[in-house]
Every structure is written in structure tokens, then in C-alpha cells.
Design a protein around this ligand. Structure first.
Ligand code: COA
Length: 383
């Protein structure tokens, strides 16, 4: 349609509209026209508000840029100061005092920057840039971060229950049905696992961008688990698959069960961290949090170690199977290596986590963690 003509038509319609009320007799129509006039007034105000909103958004963007540049500038100069302090040779007692005091100030400033950054946008890492592009996934306040983390844990719980129920049915029916008829159902479970671990990797990257302290191994663990499930999915139905099938079914079931236990531990920690952040109704202390965490860990760790030993056992059984003359599939040896890697990574990381938690460092870290979910308003909204 010609735009000039459209404009002319609009103007004509407007001028016709001005004479309309006088000509209209119908009461209902008259009322509706009056309603429309009211709406017009509201719309003008809405237009003004929207203009103001756009202006404020631009202001916020330029303020964000200014703050990010300011932090980068401060960090750069602080690094130069730290390097210079380290190069001071044989300082006197007074000089040593000045150096310690400056180092203390620098440490405080670093904590302040972390707090500032909680409210500033972050750049996506390589993985997220490839998957999502440069869409902004920064959560700009602690309440949103808390809710996203809670949602991530709930997602894991729901999928763990589904996987648990599915694998239980498959393991039990294995004892009563012919194996070949179940391969299709197995594939559905393996596909579900591929999708689940893949989704976890994306959600975890978003958590990391927003300040989560998830250890690198757990991220890698979910990438490796995706590969593990994908390889199992394409493992042809044959002698080796049938030999390993029941054991693997029990393993999936057990891991899903442990993940349900992990959920209750993580949920407890998250809830207590939130309570620690509440300024007014402090019904939990740092000591209370730590004591609960150690009790939770003491309960969870035996189940985790059994899962790791199960992984080692899987690796050994798969390795033996790969040496069987009847086994022709490459998947068997590769899966054996993957289970061994998962065992080694899980075991060493969990032991490292325990050592860290038992060291004095934790008390120092708690100072920072106390503010992790301190919302600006004292009463966070509930989900
Ligand atoms: N997956 C995802 N996130 C994890 C995680 C995991 N396995 N383990 C810890 N995190 C997160 C925590 O929620 C916390 O996040 P936050 O910074 O957003 O608050 C952060 O990493 C730091 O946690 P940390 O203090 O190091 O450990 P924790 O006390 O939360 O948990 C374990 C310790 C050992 C209980 C936990 O790592 C775990 O359950 N590991 C076993 C996982 C596993 O092996 N699964 C497969 C076999 S069953």
C-alpha cells in the first residue's frame, strides 16, 4: 500500500471522526466513543511513560558501561600496586605495617567489586555464545539469582524422579520380558539422559556467568555424562549390550536416587544461605549453617562414594567385556574409559571439597557467602 495514501486516508478518517458524535443517535455507540476518548487520554500518558522508560534504559546502559570500565580501571591499578608491594625489599617495621594495611584495603576492595558485579551485566562464555549468541543472560539482582538457582535444583529433582521411575520399570521388566523387545524403551531413557545432561550444561553455564562457584569438574562431568549417554544410545543391541544392560539399569537408577538426596542437601544449603543474608530476621548463624552443612555432608557422602565405586565397577566389567571374543562393538571399550574417568574425577573432586571444607578457609569464605543472597528488600518473594 502507498504510505502517502495511507496517511491521507488516516487524516480523512480523523476529520470525519470529529463530526461523528453529533450525528450519532445510538446511546451504546455514544458511550463507547466516550470510553475511547478516555482511553486516548490514558494512551498519551502511556506514550510519555514509555518515552521516559526508554530514556532511563539508555541511562542505565551508559551507567553500566561506566561502572564496568571503572572496575576494570581500579583492578588494573590495584594489580600494579600489589606487584609493587611485593617487590619492596627488606621493609622496616613501619613499612611492613603500611604494606599489611594496604593489602587489607585491597582485599576489602576486591570483595566490594564482587558485590558491585552482582548488579552488572556479564559477558557470556564461549559455550553460551555458541549456543545462545550474544543474548544477555545476566541476572542483575540477588533475588533473581536465588530464584534461578532454586529453579535449577528443582529441574534436577523433577528429572531425577522421572529417570528413577523409568529405569526402575525397565530394570524390573527386564526380569519378566524378552530383552530384545525393551531396546526401544532403553533408547528412550538414554535419549532422555542425553537431553537432561545437555540442558544441565547450559543451565550451569548461566549459573556460572551469574556468580555461582560450581567446580569445573562438575561442569565437565555433565559434558562427559552427555557423551556417555549418547554412546550408550547408539550401542547396537547385541551380545555385549545385553550382558551389561541390567547392571547399567541399576546404575542409572541408583544415580537418580543419589541425585534426589543431593537435591535435599543443596536445597538446605541454599535456604540457609538466604536466611544468613536476611538483615532483620536472623534466625540462623554462620556456625549454625556450617554445622547443618557438615551433618548433611556426613549423611550424603556414603551414598556418593557407593556411586563412585559403582562407576569403577562399571569400568572394570566393560573392560572385561571388551576383551570377550563375542564383543565386536567399539562402544564397550570407550564406555569403560569414560566410566573410569568419571570415577577418578568424582572421587578426587569430592575429596578436595571435603578437605577445603575442613580447612580454616571456609570460615573466611563464609564472610563472603553471608552476603551471597542478601536481597535489597528484607523480605524476598516466595516461589
Ligand atoms: N552440580 C552442580 N552444582 C554443584 C555441584 C554439582 N555436583 N556440587 C556443588 N555445586 C554447587 C553448589 O550448589 C554451590 O553453588 P553456588 O555457588 O551457586 O551456591 C557451589 O557449587 C559450591 O559448592 P561447594 O561448597 O563446593 O559444595 P557443596 O557443599 O554444595 O556440595 C558435594 C558438595 C560433594 C555434596 C557436591 O559437590 C556433590 O553432590 N557432588 C557429587 C555430584 C556427583 O558426583 N554426581 C554424580 C554421581 S551421583
Amino acid at each position: 500500500m502507498d504510505p502517502v495514501n495511507t496517511e491521507e486516508n488516516d487524516q480523512k478518517t480523523d476529520s470525519n471522526d470529529d463530526h461523528l458524535p453529533a450525528l450519532i443517535q445510538n446511546d451504546v455507540l455514544k458511550e463507547r466513543l466516550q470510553d475511547w476518548d478516555e482511553l486516548e487520554k490514558d494512551f498519551l500518558q502511556l506514550e510519555l511513560d514509555h518515552e521516559q522508560y526508554k530514556k532511563k534504559l539508555d541511562e542505565v546502559k551508559s551507567l553500566q558501561k561506566k561502572c564496568l570500565e571503572g572496575i576494570a580501571h581500579q583492578r588494573y591499578n590495584m594489580k600494579k600496586i600489589t606487584d609493587a608491594l611485593q617487590s619492596v625489599r627488606n621493609p622496616s617495621t613501619h613499612e611492613q605495617g603500611a604494606i599489611s594495611s594496604l593489602q587489607g584495603k585491597i582485599l576489602k576492595r576486591k570483595t566490594a567489586f564482587r558485590d558491585f558485579e552482582d548488579h552488572l551485566p556479564h559477558t557470556n562464555g564461549l559455550y553460551l555464545s555458541i549456543i545462545l549468541g550474544q543474548v544477555n543472560i545476566s541476572l542483575l539482582n540477588k533475588e533473581d539469582k536465588y530464584l534461578y538457582k532454586q529453579d535449577y535444583e528443582r529441574f534436577k529433582l523433577t528429572l531425577s524422579y522421572i529417570i528413577l521411575a523409568f529405569s526402575l520399570v525397565l530394570v524390573l521388566t527386564n526380569y519378566i520380558a524378552s530383552l530384545s523387545s525393551l531396546r526401544f524403551a532403553d533408547s528412550v531413557l538414554h535419549f532422555l539422559l542425553v537431553w537432561y545432561y545437555c540442558t544441565l550444561t547450559i543451565r550451569e553455564q548461566i549459573l556460572i556467568v551469574n556468580g555461582s562457584r560450581i567446580k569445573g569438574w562438575w561442569l565437565l562431568h555433565h559434558f562427559v555424562s552427555t557423551a556417555c549417554s549418547a554412546i550408550t544410545l547408539i550401542w547396537p543391541d547385541g551380545y555385549s549390550y545385553r550382558e551389561f544392560r541390567t547392571q547399567y539399569g541399576w546404575f542409572i537408577l541408583y544415580v537418580a536416587f543419589v541425585q534426589v538426596l543431593q537435591y535435599y542437601y543443596q536445597k538446605g544449603c541454599l535456604y540457609r544461605l538466604k536466611c544468613l543474608g536476611q538483615r532483620h530476621d536472623m534466625d540462623i548463624t554462620v556456625e549454625g549453617f556450617m554445622s547443618w552443612m557438615f551433618k548433611g555432608l556426613a549423611f550424603l557422602l556414603p551414598f556418593l562414594f557407593i556411586a563412585y565405586l559403582f562407576q569403577l565397577y562399571n569400568a572394570v566389567v566393560l573392560f572385561m567385556l571388551s576383551r570377550d571374543p563375542q564383543c565386536t562393538e567399539w562402544q564397550v571399550l570407550v564406555l569403560s574409559v569414560i566410566h573410569l574417568v568419571l570415577f577418578a574425577g568424582n572421587m578426587s573432586t569430592t575429596l578436595r571439597v571435603i578437605r577445603q571444607k575442613l580447612s580454616d578457609d571456609l570460615k573466611k569464605k563464609m564472610k563472603f557467602l553471608k552476603h551471597k543472597y542478601r536481597f535489597s528488600n528484607s523480605k524476598p518473594k516466595q516461589i
